[in-house]
Design a protein around this ligand. Structure first.
Ligand code: SAM
Length: 280
């Protein structure tokens, strides 16, 4: 394990502060500081950026972000047992780490940060998708953040980056690909974590596009896509019939055959369909 800072190794930190991993909090810790520094680098140039980290735990990734030059890290951690370990990091990097003890789902920390803002986190798996959807669906676009670098279960990472025709393709892929460039930048086996989870993981990097790839009303697009994939095996003329009495006309006007199924339709045509339905 390399010495990225003068702080003790993470195993020692965990022992000293009694942070035995709790399954209920999705605690699978990264203990290799080389790896956490690598994930921090995958977030891009951190110099001059404020970083939001959700779930710092004992602080492995936090230390990576700070040693890689983040201007400031705002970390939200639910587990109060981690606070003394995080306070040690704060002392080692004066004025650069702020920790909020709370539930990331209940706090909107973005307003406390100054752009440019990047979000980087080894997310607790039980709230990862919900947080991602929130970050991808702000009221105004472009969002306040410029990139997201997030750890997910590999299966979720594949759903985010899926293309039409694949089983993994659905709402998450369309939501992510409409307004960001999203790609898997690192695969990690269960053994990279302590304790090892049951499944493999992957880091996905998202860069916010200045504007959506194709024009469409965000709420309507989300509704159309959710309705289409709710019954993904049905033909669209049937799954979407509740959206308009003239659904077949709207589908044809969007270069979609009424007999097509949701998983065959690319983002461009979902946006065309949304525009057609919005104009009625
Ligand atoms: N970042 C650390 C690392 O890479 O080793 C820990 C990652 S661990 C997968 C997820 C962390 O999120 C845990 O420290 C857990 O306590 C914290 N957590 C779980 N639910 C949370 C919530 N709702 N809000 C904030 N933190 C949460």
């Amino acid at each position: 394990m390399s010495q990225i800072d003068a702080l003790p190794p993470l195993r020692t930190v965990i022992e000293t502060h009694g942070i035995a991993a709790k399954k209920s909090l999705g605690q699978n810790f990264l203990l290799d500081l080389n790896l956490t520094a690598k994930i921090a680098r995958l977030a891009g140039d951190l110099t001059g950026c404020d970083i939001l980290e959700v779930g710092p735990g004992p602080g492995g990734l936090t230390r990576g972000l700070l040693s890689e030059g983040a201007r400031r890290v705002l970390a939200i951690e639910k587990d109060a047992r981690c606070l003394p370990a995080l306070a040690e990091i704060s002392t080692a990097y004066p004025g650069r780490l702020t920790v909020i003890n709370g539930d990331a789902l209940a706090i909107d920390p973005l307003e406390h940060l100054t752009p440019p803002i990047r979000i980087c986190a080894n997310l607790p798996y039980n709230i990862g998708t919900e947080l991602l959807v929130r970050w991808l669906t702000p009221d105004v676009w472009p969002p306040i953040w410029s990139s997201l670098t997030l750890m997910f279960q590999r299966e979720v990472a594949q759903r985010i980056t899926a293309t039409p025709g694949s089983k993994a393709y659905g709402r998450l892929a369309l939501l992510a690909q409409w307004r960001t460039d999203a790609s898997i930048v690192l695969d990690l086996p269960p053994e990279a974590f302590s304790p090892p989870p049951k499944v493999s993981s992957a880091v996905v990097h998202f860069t916010a596009l200045p504007e959506p790839r194709f024009p469409a009303n965000a709420k309507m697009l989300s509704h159309v896509v959710a309705t289409a994939f709710n019954q993904r095996r049905k033909m669209l003329r049937s799954s979407l019939k509740g959206l308009s009495p003239d659904i077949e006309d709207h589908l044809r006007a969007s270069a979609i055959a009424p007999t097509d199924r949701a998983e065959q339709i690319d983002l461009e045509r979902f946006c065309a369909l949304t525009r057609s339905l919005s104009n009625t």
